[in-house]
Design a protein around this ligand. Sequence first.
Ligand SMILES: O=P(O)(O)OC[C@H]1O[C@](O)(COP(=O)(O)O)[C@@H](O)[C@@H]1O
Length: 346
Amino acid sequence: MLESTLGLEIIEVVEQAALASARWMGKGEKNTADQVAVEAMRERMNRIHMRGRIVIGEGERDDAPMLYIGEEVGICTREDAKDFCNPDELIEIDIAVDPCEGTNLVAYGQNGSMAVLAISEKGGLFAAPDFYMKKLAAPAVAKGKVDISKSATENLKIMSECMDRAVEELVVVVMDRPRHKELIQEIREAGARVRLISDGDVSAAICCGFAGTNIHALMGIGAAPEGVISAAAMRCLGGHFQGQLIYDPEVVKTGLIGESKESNLARLKDMGINDPDKVYDAEELASGETVLFAACGITPGNLMEGVRFFGGGARTQSLVISSQSRTARFVDTIHMFDEPRALQLK
Ligand SMILES: O=P(O)(O)OC[C@H]1O[C@](O)(COP(=O)(O)O)[C@@H](O)[C@@H]1O
């Protein structure tokens, strides 16, 4: 049901967010680049015949006026929905969104930003707290063989065996953060090559699921909500993804991670997470029977082109991945702004 009814619609949702955000590329205003993407995504989502609930979004209701966690989206959330929505459309679905993944990348005109979302039936996506997450992504051939609890050196050796290549031929993406100093050193000493990124680890994780991207692993700590979205894509692709929540501010060194380890543990308990050290795999983070993932490039990236404006229009490239049909479709769209623009928005 999800893919046939929502497949095309969710492409338009990420396209509209990317188009809006791309107007702010290189303007040095990351909050605006994010805000316009949020508004565009929400506006398009609310025209879809579905009954959606945001499980990963812009934050708690008090801080985020739109696409906040718990917000209901889609026409079929209206009270009179039974009059115009068919029974399939009344089934509740959960949605994880990141309308502008890599706000700094957009603001400074750098590669790798995208508008992204994942959908599943109710309860099918892990409602991750706004914490950090240790992540390990790797290609399908290494699935279940590499393990986040092993050292980077061990995992690289396993990957080299599964992928039939020397460790020196592997490329590992790591976020360029002080917390990764030792990890980077270890990967280099093991012989692999490191690609440091300033932002945007969703794209890096997903690249591991595609042959030919020359990205073989993502290692290190990034944001937990982004981890769930990455897991949704990797679940559909059959790639390896594991995540472990990080609740100790000492581990992260920089960034927003609550006041203390104790208060973070208490927060996790309140959320019903009783084993804070649990290692989640892709099938647990995105456990729904059907999972759909969609992304649209804002700036150019390893998987997709960014938005390219031209007189009277723009061209976008999106990716939609489905666990149902086991497909990953790249969609190249030309948006004509002159006359059809009115059609797009109304
Ligand atoms: O910058 P931090 O605090 O290390 O967080 C890393 C996370 O931030 C991101 O780079 C996204 O940043 P934005 O929220 O600005 O889009 C993620 O890709 C990554 O998981």
